[in-house]
Design a protein around this ligand. Structure first.
Ligand code: AMP
Length: 433
């Protein structure tokens, strides 16, 4: 199916062509017609599948069919996303499409001065892309009127729940008209998502663009078994030996991200960290440096990395396995986006074994183990070590069995009298005098 067959208007067809898209991705083929028909949707779409365009294109198309108010424009579409980076990213896609049909889109998120946002809102906008907290702030202060919103999109809804945004989302929804079209996108379906869908959606069409909890097909997943204290050394060695020019590395904590960044820089590898304690302007600059190649390694925590789209990113590394196992799928989805291939490498120590088991259960397959000379692990969970130990055990058991048989054979046979025979004294050679 082509974009034209999806029923998009000429300006938007031009937009996708100039973005270099030739055919719609599966999520776009399935969702765009359903959205254009006016249904609510509950879409299971992984990150990197083209889901932004899947809701942005039909939304802009529908809004462009109804002329904006001349006097004071008020937002008619609201897109809620979990992080500032994702807001900026989705916002720029929306702005590109909107501009072509004389609509206005703006981005609202926390961590920056609110006054510039108020001024932009006062000038009038059609589409607002926002993180829930700051949006609620505007709605409560009365600097944003949500009473004319006809379309609500919840992007990466599972992540918003993980980040504790449920109350903010429900509070925002209370400002919206009941009569609206709501689109919910989520990579995974924890119970909270089902409850949220019941609360906010009206007879939704359920669309499964890919089986839930599945990694993208183009991502080759491997893991190294390594002792915890040698992870950094292994990572530096891999980066240098395999000449990785652009790699995103995930750590569990902000402290861990900063520490690893310092260590990599000390190893002569240009690295920068991105996490929620960094200022927004620094995060934006770091991301741009990474995109342009002046930073080789982007060390990130889950919160900061969610939804980031770095085109053509060849590999990601799980320096620590994520505590929330679903995040494994999101993390590795940073690579192998939109049909490209990528590699996802996990450095796993014995202390993370339970998490690995959970991740492999979620994926429904084992992640193949690779090794590097000099980093052969002393891990009880390494399949090769398990096999080697089993072999040793079998060998020992065989040897023991042999010895038993030998010793039974070498025991003197019972004498005819029936008395147990004493072993015959071995004849000693007479000592030479
Ligand atoms: P998303 O899942 O929206 O973050 O998109 C992931 C990546 O796929 C982005 O780099 C998009 O620019 C790209 N993309 C989206 N739709 C298409 C398409 N139809 N063909 C090729 N690339 C696409």
């Amino acid at each position: 199916m082509s974009f034209k067959e999806l029923g998009l208007r000429a300006e938007l067809l031009q937009a996708v062509t100039s973005q270099g898209y030739t055919t719609p991705t599966p999520v776009q083929t399935r969702t765009i017609p359903v959205i254009l028909e006016g249904h609510d949707i509950l879409a299971g779409a992984q990150t990197g599948t083209g889901k932004t365009a899947a809701f942005a294109l039909p939304l802009v198309q529908m809004l462009s069919n109804e002329p904006a108010r001349k006097k004071k424009r008020q937002p008619r579409a609201l897109v809620l996303v979990p992080t500032r980076e994702l807001a900026a990213q989705v916002g720029s896609v929306m702005q590109d499409y909107s501009r072509r049909v004389s609509l206005r889109a703006t981005v609202i998120y926390g961590g920056i001065n609110i006054n510039a946002q108020i001024m932009r809102l006062n000038r009038g906008v059609d589409i607002v892309v926002a993180t829930p907290g700051r949006l609620l702030d505007h709605a409560s202060r009365g600097t944003l009127d949500l009473s004319r919103v006809k379309f609500l999109v919840l992007d990466e809804a599972d992540r918003m729940l993980d980040m504790g945004f449920i109350d903010d989302i429900l509070a925002v929804a209370a400002f919206l008209p009941d009569k609206r079209q709501t689109l919910l996108f989520s990579a995974t379906y924890p119970v909270g998502i089902k409850q949220l869908a019941e609360e906010l959606l009206n007879d939704p069409k359920q669309i499964e663009a890919a089986p839930p909890n599945r990694a993208a097909d183009g991502v080759n997943q491997i893991l190294y078994r390594v002792e915890r204290h040698r992870k950094r050394e292994l990572l530096s060695t891999l980066i240098k030996k395999e000449k990785w020019h652009q790699v995103m590395v995930f750590t569990r904590t902000r402290y861990g991200a900063d520490k690893l960044t310092d260590q990599l820089n000390a190893d002569g590898i240009s690295a920068a960290a991105i996490h929620s304690s960094k200022s927004q302007s620094l995060r934006t600059r770091t991301l741009a440096d990474f995109r342009h190649g002046s930073v080789q390694v982007l060390v990130a925590t889950d919160v900061a990395a969610r939804g980031l789209d770095i085109g053509g990113l060849p590999r990601v590394v799980n320096y620590d396995l994520p505590d929330i196992v679903e995040n494994y799928v999101h993390r590795i989805g940073r690579t192998g986006r939109a049909g490209e291939t990528g590699v996802a490498i996990s450095l796993v120590c014995d202390q993370e074994q339970a998490l690995l088991v959970e991740i492999e259960r979620l994926l429904n397959h084992k992640i193949p183990v690779t090794r590097l000379a000099g980093f052969l692990p002393a891990s009880d969970h390494d399949p090769d070590i398990i096999a080697a130990k089993r072999k040793l055990k079998e060998k020992a058991a065989k040897k023991q069995k042999k010895n038993i048989t030998k010793s039974t054979e070498s025991r003197p046979k019972p004498q005819k009298t029936g008395k147990p025979g004493k072993p015959k004294p071995t004849q000693k050679k007479p000592k030479k005098k």
